[in-house]
Ligand binder design. Structure first.
Ligand SMILES: O=C(CO)[C@H](O)[C@H](O)COP(=O)(O)O
Length: 216
């Protein structure tokens, strides 16, 4: 089981410190939420922020693009040092091509689906991707409540992987706290994104410990 703290809820004035805290606590991935104000109604980081983070951490940089026309930006994020780039199925007319573009940059490729998007809509790319991200809230903001209806989708994603011998990791994002992490783990998730639960605390390392205990 892997934890992926989302820096969306970090203190941006002390970003290096907040990354160090979660790295010291032993997490696997650092989740970077890229928002463009079009695909989602919020604006966050661009490739220059990823490039600034790259030299200060050994964590796997898990870059979640919530942007329109991701094909125009994947090379920039790859050059900035992303290890995984994940694109929304809803954000492009050319999902297959964008996944090929990401992998051609030598970066792992993930596909994300919003709560209203069925797993069937990405069935044709499941054999290619390294990661499937199931949104467990509507994308755009941290601190929302977990949508329990998404557990069925996680189970379907795991079943397809088992039946077809696919290799992707299953990641969940949104409303992850120990209780929901445990539900998602039992449904088949491998990677757990958590933002507000970790960073809206005076002691993020304790929150990480609680998540790890729930995932044991
Ligand atoms: O992708 C996201 C929002 O679009 C965030 O990663 C996600 O919401 C995590 O935040 P929290 O753990 O506070 O729910």
């Amino acid at each position: 089981m892997k934890l992926a703290p989302s820096i969306l809820s970090a203190d941006f004035a002390y970003l290096a410190r907040d990354i160090q805290i979660v790295e010291d606590a032993g997490v696997s991935y650092l989740h970077i939420d890229v928002m463009d104000g079009h695909f989602v109604p919020n604006i966050t980081f661009g490739p220059s922020v990823v490039a600034a983070i790259r030299p200060i951490t050994k964590l796997v940089l898990d870059v979640h693009l919530m942007i329109e026309k991701p094909e125009n930006y994947v090379e920039d994020f790859a050059q900035a040092g992303a290890d995984i780039i994940t694109v929304h199925a809803e954000s492009t007319k050319h999902l297959h091509r964008v996944i090929q573009m990401i992998q051609a940059c030598g970066v792992k490729a993930g596909v994300v689906i919003n709560p209203a998007t069925p797993i069937q809509s990405i069935q044709q790319v499941l054999s290619m991707v390294d990661l499937v991200l199931i949104m467990t809230v509507n994308p755009g903001f941290g601190g929302q409540r977990f949508l329990p209806e998404m557990l069925e989708k996680i189970r379907d994603c795991k079943r397809l992987r088992d039946e077809q011998g696919y290799q992707y990791e299953i990641e969940v994002d949104g409303g992850i706290i120990p209780e929901t992490a445990s539900l998602c783990k039992n449904a088949g998730a491998d990677v757990f994104v958590a933002g507000s639960y970790i960073y809206n605390s005076d002691v993020p390392a304790k929150q990480i410990q609680a998540l790890n205990e729930a995932l044991r």
